[in-house]
Structures are given as structure tokens and as C-alpha cells.
Design a protein around this ligand. Structure first.
Ligand code: EPZ
Length: 419
């Protein structure tokens, strides 16, 4: 099982490019199921979750071909096996993204219920209820969701009780082939939802309101071939910026979308960093004043991303004062706290709030990653800790970060992968 060995103390300097967004590539790959024609996707990150989704599409009967450097062509000419088996879904709950497109394209779907994961129960009740409102009949048995719509789906009014990113994406992909109009309210506004709408529109879908909480879809008879470039990964870019900031370096992240990181940028400036945009697709961070503690609450986009909460907490261990970090999206997303405290951080959990007292001189330690973003938090802490840190189970990071150790090493981090 791979580990990272990190020697702390190096300030990150220079520039590093963001990859394509995992959380945009996943729904984009699922969207390929909606047409019998080939879809070409560029800037697909080479990460584990993507490989899982590609193998899932192939299992269903689609042909999936990869071309260098980061292009995937999916041709779902026929789909003899419209199902997502347990042994795939258990490794990636985002497999539920195939539910909507499968029912829309084939009239049926059999998708394993996603188990929970480290950060929470992560049910898909909102996905299923919305699909039923479009006319699907859904049953749950033996750990599987069986959905059928023999007469096809029909448009409807969908209101999500709570904002769900993949729930919005799932329903969008069902509605594009439904008969009539669908109106989705309380929809997710994440950039990845907008990117999916861009791809679906290129495939012939009729969508209005992408990026707002009210999205309208006019169903069409069928979708056609398209080519699409996935947007930059704002969470990877934010993680790299937080690594640069925490080490007190001078780091530029290129090939990113600054406006997608406005909430993080604002916090970094409040905390005492200078954040500039050297070019329209890059962000540069460097220290400007003494690092101050700044409270943060995670919120749906355009609020502060929950996927950057753990990484932000690592930064706050170095800040002067008390930072209150409040997690409002997931019920168990403080798995990194105990590991950070083993590195001499001073963080106390009170319900969905973590109180981070700083500054604390972190010390290198043997640590274990628990989930994708918690592992990123440990890497950032290790980069600023005194001495050597070993992070075990880095397969968690490999799910969502492409060559992260090479990217960090290229800007001065003393990090290497060991067995
Ligand atoms: C997406 O997950 C992302 N994953 C997550 O990124 C991200 O943390 C999350 O959105 C929030 O931004 C992908 O896009 C593949 P939700 P998703 O549905 O869609 C509850 C990462 O690190 N809920 O917006 O699964 C849910 O439990 C991952 O890259 C229901 O109760 O998240 C959560 O508390 C982690 N019922 C809240 O809503 C449902 O049917 C928001 O979840 C669906 C969700």
C-alpha cells in the first residue's frame, strides 16, 4: 500500500498547473450514455475515480478509448447491461450518476445503493424521489435501486429539499430526454453543474438557468455526438494554493478559473495573504502580513467549498488566534482532526464546529489518510511540520488528485511515494 514520505520546512515556490475537474469529468462521462453517437471529452484527469467510471461504462456495453494526453472517447452505441454492480459502486458512490441517463436512454437501470463513506451516510433519496417525479418507477431490493420507465420519462416540477450536486446532475441527465419541460428549483449552482449543462447543450439538449438555483430543461427526442473540454479542478487548485500559503511560499496555480475560487481567495486575503491573478487563468498567493485566524463556514457554491475545509484547517493551525471552522454539508467531515492533533495541532471538535487554536509548531508523525480531502490536509500539514511525516493509505488521494506528489515536488516540496 503506497505511502507518502514528506520532509517538512520547504516553502513552495513557482507555478503548477491544475488538471481537469474530477467532479466534472464524472457526470460528463455519465452523460455519454445519453446518445448512441461518440462523445469526445478532453482534460480528463488520470485519477482512480475516473478509471472506475470508465470501467463502469464499459461494463454496460459502451466503448471507452483513451488518447494521450487526457482525452477519452465514449461511444455508447448500445447498452445491453444498464446496471452498476455493487463491486463498482462500493468504491465510488458517484456511480449513482448513471441512474438518470440509463433510465432516460434505455428505460431501465439497476444501480447498487452506494454505501456510506468516511464523511457521511450519503444517501441518494433525493435522486430517487426526483426521478419518480419524472415518471420512473423505483424499487429497492437486495441493495439495488431498480428503476423503470417503459413509456419513457415525462417533464415535471422538481424541488430539492436540500441542495444536492450529483442529485441535480442526475436529474438534468434524465430530463434532457423526457417528454415536455422540467423545472428544477433549489438546484445546485456548482461550476461542475454548469459544465455538465454546457456539454449537454453541445449534445443538443435545451437547458436554461445553468448555474442558478432554477434550471429549466425542454426535453428533446435524442442527443448527438459532441466534443467538450472539462473545466479546471477548482478543488485541486484550491488545495495547491492552500499548500503554498501554509508553507509561506510564493505559489502560482495556472490553468485554473479564479472566479471558481472566490470564497477561498477572500479568506486567504483576510488571513494575511496577497492573492493576485497574473493571467485570467491563474492565481498567485504569497504572504503579505502576519497569518491571522479567520472563521470559515462551508456552504454550497458560491460559498466556501466543503471539499476545501480540511485543507483550510491545516492552514489555520499556523494562524495567530482562534479559528472556528463550521462544516454544514456533511455530518462526519472532521476525520483529519485527530491526525492533525497527533502532529501537535490544537483543534477541538464541538458538534459540526472545529475550534483551531494557533499558531502551533507541527511535528512530523506517522499518519493515516481516511478520505480524499482529509489526506490532502495531512499533506499540507506535513509540508510545514518539523521533521518527517509518513502518510499511509494514500490511495485515498489517488482517487482525486493526479500526480499530486510530482506537482508538489516541482515547486519545492520534499515529498516522495514509497511502498
Ligand atoms: C458532490 O457530492 C461531490 N462529488 C463531493 O465531492 C462534494 O463534497 C459534494 O458534492 C458537496 O459539494 C461529486 O461531485 C462526484 P451532495 P454529492 O449530494 O453530490 C445530502 C470530493 O471530495 N444528500 O451535494 O454526493 C448529502 O448526504 C467529493 O470530491 C441527501 O441527503 O453531495 C450531503 O449531506 C466528496 N440525499 C448533502 O446532501 C441525497 O439524495 C450534500 O450532498 C443526496 C444528498
Amino acid at each position: 500500500m503506497d505511502k507518502f514520505l514528506i520532509e517538512g520546512g520547504a516553502a513552495l515556490r513557482g507555478s503548477v498547473a491544475a488538471s481537469g475537474a474530477k467532479n466534472s469529468a464524472l457526470p460528463a462521462l455519465a452523460a455519454c450514455l445519453l446518445t448512441s453517437e461518440p462523445v469526445t471529452l478532453g482534460r480528463i484527469p488520470r485519477v482512480k475515480d475516473i478509471r472506475t467510471m470508465q470501467s463502469l461504462l464499459a461494463h454496460m456495453g459502451a466503448s471507452v478509448e483513451e488518447y494521450s494526453p487526457d482525452i477519452t472517447l465514449v461511444h455508447a452505441n448500445s447498452l445491453p447491461r444498464p446496471e452498476a454492480p455493487y463491486d463498482v459502486v462500493k468504491t465510488m458512490r458517484a456511480s449513482s450518476l448513471v441512474l438518470g441517463p440509463l433510465v432516460a436512454r434505455t428505460g431501465r437501470a439497476r444501480v447498487s445503493m452506494p454505501g456510506g463513506c468516511a464523511i457521511g451516510a450519503r444517501p441518494i433519496d433525493l435522486h430517487m424521489r426526483a426521478l419518480e417525479q419524472l415518471g420512473a418507477r423505483i424499487e429497492q431490493s437486495h441493495g439495488y435501486v431498480e428503476a423503470v420507465a417503459p413509456e419513457g420519462l415525462r417533464g415535471g416540477q422538481i424541488h430539492f429539499d436540500r441542495i444536492t450536486v450529483t442529485g441535480t446532475e442526475d436529474i438534468l441527465m434524465a430530463a434532457v430526454l423526457a417528454k415536455g419541460e422540467t423545472v428544477i428549483t433549489n438546484a445546485a449552482r456548482e461550476p461542475e453543474v454548469v459544465d455538465l449543462c454546457d456539454l449537454l447543450t453541445k449534445m443538443g439538449a435545451k437547458i436554461g438557468g445553468a448555474g442558478t438555483s432554477r434550471i429549466t430543461v425542454e426535453g428533446v427526442e435524442g442527443l448527438h455526438a459532441a466534443e467538450h473540454q472539462i473545466i479546471a479542478d477548482r478543488i485541486e487548485a484550491g488545495t495547491l494554493l492552500l499548500a503554498g500559503a501554509t508553507t509561506g511560499g510564493d505559489l502560482t496555480v495556472t490553468q485554473c478559473v479564479p472566479e471558481h475560487l472566490a470564497a477561498l481567495t477572500a479568506k486567504l486575503r483576510q488571513a494575511g495573504f496577497e492573492v493576485t491573478e497574473p493571467t485570467p487563468d491563474s492565481l498567485r498567493v504569497r504572504p503579505q502580513a502576519k497569518l491571522r485566524s479567520v472563521d470559515m463556514t462551508t456552504e454550497e457554491h458560491p460559498g466556501f467549498a466543503t471539499d476545501l475545509q480540511a485543507q483550510y484547517m491545516a492552514l489555520m493551525t499556523q494562524a495567530d488566534g482562534i479559528a472556528m471552522v463550521t462544516e454544514t454539508i456533511f455530518e462526519n467531515r472532521f476525520m483529519h482532526v485527530s491526525e492533525l492533533n497527533r502532529m501537535n495541532a490544537n483543534i477541538r471538535i464541538d458538534g459540526n464546529r472545529a475550534i483551531v487554536a494557533g499558531p502551533r509548531p507541527l511535528t512530523g508523525a506517522q499518519t493515516i489518510a481516511s478520505d480524499l480531502r482529509a489526506s490532502a490536509s495531512l499533506v499540507i500539514a506535513a509540508l510545514v511540520a518539523d521533521g518527517e511525516t509518513v502518510i499511509d493509505r494514500v490511495y485515498h488521494m489517488d482517487r482525486g488528485y493526479e500526480r499530486i506528489e510530482q506537482k508538489l515536488e516541482s515547486v519545492g516540496a520534499r515529498i516522495r511515494r514509497i511502498q
